[in-house]
Write a protein that binds this ligand. Structure first.
Ligand code: NAD
Length: 257
């Protein structure tokens, strides 16, 4: 196994979920020490247990990414436990139920914006000073193809993810000269709990719902989480040394047509 992240400390949010858990595992296998967070404390604890059993060095703090205190706690944890923070994968997020804009409640919209957009602002706000102090860092924000094009029935989620790309590009311009690269990744539907739960609990049978979802995707299928995480890790890796301020579509061609 290559050790692209040897000696580096990586923070991953949403670490108990589909992309986050796999990314944490792969980062550790390639040499990174980890700082992990998720809202679901029990699920996070079992991820930590599994990673430690594989020999990973892990610090974890359960919390809500919509709260400033969570991010300050995570950065303090990275500083105290490892003395540094090299990489941040700001991945925690959630979607709202499918519905036309006027059918989305104000409370649900506020929650999605708080977690998916404001949470990324708070994350970078806490992470950047530590990275700037060392003159080095890489941040990857998890947006969505819904951050690049409109997403009917998912308008507020799309607005939040468009906002993540705006934050990413603006901050990349501000911090490039300080040694910090900041990018976003924009996946289309991938087989993580976020999507499989939506498909399993929708009005239509699973196969029909999946066919409708992938009917718009030129490659005619969902992504495997591994395909997305492989791209995330390359974007975080030292090999990707000249990309900053970029929103990379990993969407089976969805945004190309
Ligand atoms: N799966 C897809 O098809 C897809 C496509 C595009 C973008 N994304 C994005 O990828 C990211 C990861 O999603 P996933 O597919 O792995 O979903 P997931 O539901 O499997 O994982 C998301 C994780 O985030 C955590 N989380 C939710 N709200 C939180 C909060 N307030 N504070 C802290 N943690 C919180 C959840 O507990 C969960 O473990 C999200 O930002 C999502 O919007 C997913």
């Amino acid at each position: 196994m290559t050790q692209r992240f040897a000696g580096q400390v990586a923070l991953v949010s949403g670490a108990a979920g589909g992309f986050g858990r796999l990314a944490a595992q792969q980062l550790a296998r390639e040499g990174a020490r980890l700082v992990l967070t998720d809202l679901r404390a029990g699920a996070l604890a079992s991820v930590v247990e599994q990673l430690e059993a594989e020999g990973a060095e892990v610090a974890a703090l359960a919390g809500d990414v919509a709260l400033e205190a969570t991010h300050n706690g995570l950065v303090d944890l990275a500083r105290q436990r490892f003395g540094q923070l090299d990489l941040a994968l700001n991945n925690a997020g959630l979607a709202h139920g499918l519905g036309r804009l006027a059918d989305i409640s104000a409370d649900e919209a506020a929650k999605v914006l708080a977690v998916d957009l404001f949470g990324v602002f708070l994350a970078m706000r806490a992470q950047l000073p530590l990275m700037v102090a060392r003159g080095h860092g890489v941040i990857l924000n998890v947006a969505s193809v819904a951050g690049l094009v409109g997403a009917p029935m998912m308008s507020v989620y799309a607005a939040a993810k468009h906002g993540v790309i705006g934050l990413t590009k603006s901050a990349a311009g501000e911090y490039a000269a300080k040694g910090v690269r900041i990018n976003a990744i924009c996946p289309s539907f991938a087989e993580t709990p976020m999507v499989t739960e939506m498909l399993d609990h929708g009005k239509r049978p699973r196969a029909e719902a999946e066919a409708r979802l992938t009917g718009f995707v030129p490659l005619r299928r969902m992504a495997e989480p591994r395909e997305v995480v492989d791209a995330m890790l390359w974007m975080l890796s030292p090999a990707n040394s000249f990309m900053t301020g970029h929103a990379l579509a990993l969407d089976g061609g969805l945004s190309a047509i």
